[in-house]
Design a binder for this molecule. Structure first.
Ligand code: ADP
Ligand code: MG
Length: 243
């Protein structure tokens, strides 16, 4: 036995997400991701693009620890997702805000309650919630709408509420799975501006998208998946036209 051997360094100090040889196959025998290696630095903005079925949502679910890799390992912040205990998963997820294509708001609750809910489930004291929610709603440009129900808002506004909800617990990472998929080009660009501002304040943003115009306009890191394999990973670029 070798004692006092230095632990192998799994991630650098400036990194927030590391995937090491990650593969995921589903029970039906579908290999959704194969041998994925990704290092993401704190504060990066990363697009993940690829055709339908290329493994993008599987990737997001692995980062959220909704799925575990078939082989390989995932490190996020100080967590080794392969080793994290079941009861610690909710606490781990507090570090990540999630935004979906279909908003997933509570239809019978107003804007304020939709955002406050994210704080109530982690037992933030009410007095603190009353301070935090208006602040985050102002950040997303919805200061005047807190009593309105989601059904009375435009798609772009509903997505802003979802972003406010994702942000209110001050996550280190925002994961967005096709957040502009249901929006027109104008609202899409506004949502992108908002995500860029959030990123500029220090939050790491990972966004899955099909939207070529957005990816070309933003000139960020672009990881392209094809049939579960990374076919390109460009530091600053546009949409990979090979897909
Ligand atoms: P994308 O989000 O890029 O469209 P997914 O990650 O959803 O891709 O899917 C990748 C592959 O895995 C596809 O072939 C899909 O059919 C398959 N898949 C996704 N979820 C499951 C599941 N729960 N069971 C079996 N196969 C799945
Ligand atoms: Mg998907």
């Amino acid at each position: 036995m070798a004692f006092n051997r230095p632990k192998k360094k799994l991630m650098e100090d400036d990194e927030i997400i590391v995937l090491n040889n990650v593969s995921k196959s589903y029970q039906a025998g579908v290999q959704a991701l194969s041998n994925i290696n990704i290092h993401i630095k704190k504060g990066e903005f990363v697009f993940v693009v690829g055709d339908s079925g290329s493994g993008k949502s599987t990737f997001i679910k692995l980062l959220l620890r909704e799925l575990v890799p078939t082989t390989g390992s995932i490190y996020i912040l100080d967590y080794n997702l392969n080793k994290i205990k079941h009861r610690k998963v909710p606490k781990f997820r507090r570090n990540i805000g999630v935004v979906f294509q279909d908003f997933r708001l509570l239809k019978d609750r107003n804007v304020y309650e939709n955002v406050a809910f994210a704080q109530r489930i982690i037992e933030v004291p009410s007095a603190q919630i009353r301070k935090n929610v208006p602040k985050v709603l102002a950040t997303v440009g919805l200061a005047g709408k807190y009593k309105v129900k989601p059904g009375r808002l435009s798609g772009g506004e509903q997505q802003r509420v979802a972003i406010a909800r994702a942000l209110v617990n001050k996550p280190s990472i925002i994961l967005a799975d096709e957040p502009t998929g249901n929006l027109d080009p104008k609202n899409s660009m506004e949502i992108m501006k908002l995500l860029e501002e959030i990123n500029e304040k220090g939050t790491t943003v990972i966004m899955v998208t099909h939207n070529k115009e957005i990816v070309n306009a933003m000139q960020k890191r672009v990881i392209t998946l094809n049939k579960g394999v990374i076919i390109s990973d460009v530091e600053k670029g546009g949409y990979n036209d090979e897909i």
